[in-house]
Design a protein around this ligand. Structure first.
Ligand SMILES: Nc1nc2c(ncn2[C@@H]2O[C@H](COP(=O)(O)OP(=O)(O)OP(=O)(O)O)[C@@H](O)[C@H]2O)c(=O)[nH]1
Length: 436
């Protein structure tokens, strides 16, 4: 992704974060209605089954309207409504994902408090289908609070001590639990008020957030981490690509610069070294600790009457002769010899001396090769070369050597051209390894 889009992504994510945080309270809630149309069974109960005198009866079962007549007797007085989700075997509902119960209960009577109870089945402490063994949670609601819909948080329900004592429940299983609700009870809370009590369960529903605040904040944090990680990885990849590009550019520049170096050292017409190329090779020779200048002889070569060739055959054909001449010479010299165009129709060769007089033999070979056959595509141009040779001795500089070879060249020209003039100085090869 292009870096300019990061700000758009960040601003969008920031606005989204703010909207989510403020809108969270207004998100639609998930609900579970507890009413007879929703597979729910209403059952009235009283102590009459255990020998008591209290009575529970429907005023209108369909509308959840009933009355309890609580009468004092030998047994503990009870009377109320039990809501279950099936006949035996009991089915359970998972109310863990809800965080409140909304209750609309109408009450007429003298009681001050109504108890809402939730029974939770768990095989760890409950017997299957024995509803009394299911964990008993309850909350008391003042009858004065029942004027309209009452919201009871699930946190308000606590596990009854009598139930824990009765079944010797360990602490680890004593906390509220709603994942297996098996029944809901509505009855009068203690202290009991004897007499007539009338109830109407208008509505009961569990409500919960589709997305809890906790889940929302964790999602927002994960989202931001994802965005930042994505940006960091993209940045790293971009840096890597940039450094690769720079390396490629650098090596292309190096290749280019090598090419220009080569071009600046080469004579464009003949392809052999020019003066600058010759100087570079001379440097290498000067730095060679085994074989420096005293191992070499210098040949200065000059094509004879080149002006006539130009005049007679044209400048273009003169160029052809120069090229062919350079090619012929290149076939004769050794790889370690340095061959360069010194200017115009003048060339020089710095040749490794193989033995005393080997430089003369080389010069003579070149002279003969030039004389041997004519130049040009139709071999119509006759050319010869004069060569002045100077063999170096220890202590000679290049200028000494050049001066001597140039003088010999001048002698060769003066003596009629097409010849090699070799100085009379004895050339002694000192310190040059044999055959190098
Ligand atoms: N075609 C061509 N001619 C060149 C080039 N460089 C120099 N020349 C010509 O080479 C000729 C050299 O002439 P001179 O210096 O008088 O020497 P020469 O005619 O060879 O006579 P000698 O050297 O005395 O034998 C000149 O006419 C230059 O114009 C080149 O690159 N191409």
């Amino acid at each position: 992704m292009k870096p300019q889009y990061y700000n758009i992504v960040r601003i969008t994510a920031f606005i989204l974060t703010i909207i989510l945080i403020f809108a969270q309270k207004h998100f639609p809630q998930k609900t579970l209605d507890i009413d007879p149309t929703n597979n729910v069974l209403y059952t009235l109960y009283s102590d009459s089954g255990s020998g008591g005198k209290s009575e529970a009866s429907w005023i209108d079962e369909k509308s959840g309207h009933w009355k309890c007549h609580l009468i004092k007797s030998e047994v503990y007085p009870i009377c109320g409504l039990s809501i279950s989700f099936s006949q035996v075997p009991y089915e359970t509902i998972d109310a863990e994902k809800y965080n409140a119960m909304q209750l609309e209960l109408e009450y007429k009577g003298a009681a001050k408090k109504i108890r809402i109870s939730l029974r939770n089945y768990n095989a760890l402490y409950s017997e299957k289908n024995v509803i009394e063994t299911a964990k008993f949670h309850s909350v008391n609601v003042l009858t004065t609070e029942l004027t309209s819909e009452t919201t009871i948080s699930m946190h308000e329900f606590s596990v009854a001590d009598w139930w824990k004592d009765k079944y010797d429940i360990p602490r680890s299983l004593s906390t509220p639990e709603f994942s297996g609700l098996v029944s809901i009870g509505i009855e009068q809370a203690v202290p009991e008020v004897f007499g007539e009590h009338e109830y109407k369960l208008v509505s009961m529903r569990f409500t919960g957030d589709w997305l809890s605040a906790e889940t929302l904040y964790i999602s927002i944090i994960i989202g931001w981490l994802f965005i930042l990680a994505f940006e960091a990885i993209s940045w790293l990849l971009r840096q890597r690509d940039r450094s690769r590009e720079n390396i490629n550019r650098l090596s292309a520049l190096e290749v280019e610069s090598e090419k220009y170096k080569e071009l600046s050292s080469t004579d464009s017409l003949t392809g052999v070294a020019n003066r600058s190329g010759f100087s570079k090779k001379m440097e290498l020779i000067s730095n060679d600790k085994y074989c420096q200048l005293h191992c070499y002889a210098l040949l200065v070569l000059d094509l004879d009457h080149f002006k006539h060739i130009n005049d007679e055959h044209g400048h273009f054909m003169g160029d052809v002769v120069l090229k062919e001449f350079a090619e012929r010479v290149a076939t004769i010299i050794r790889a370690e010899d340095v061959f360069a165009r010194w200017g115009g129709e003048e060339f020089i060769i710095l040749a490794r001396m193989q033995s005393q007089g080997s430089e003369y033999i080389l010069a003579e070979k070149i002279r003969a090769k030039v004389e041997e056959s004519n130049f040009g595509a139709d071999k119509s141009i006759v050319a010869t070369v004069s060569i002045g040779v100077a063999a170096s001795k220890v202590g000679d500089t290049f200028d000494d050597l050049f001066k001597q070879a140039d003088e010999n060249l001048y002698t060769a020209k003066r003596n009629g051209r097409n010849q090699v003039v070799y100085n009379s100085r004895p050339a002694k090869v000192i310190g040059c390894p044999e055959g190098q």
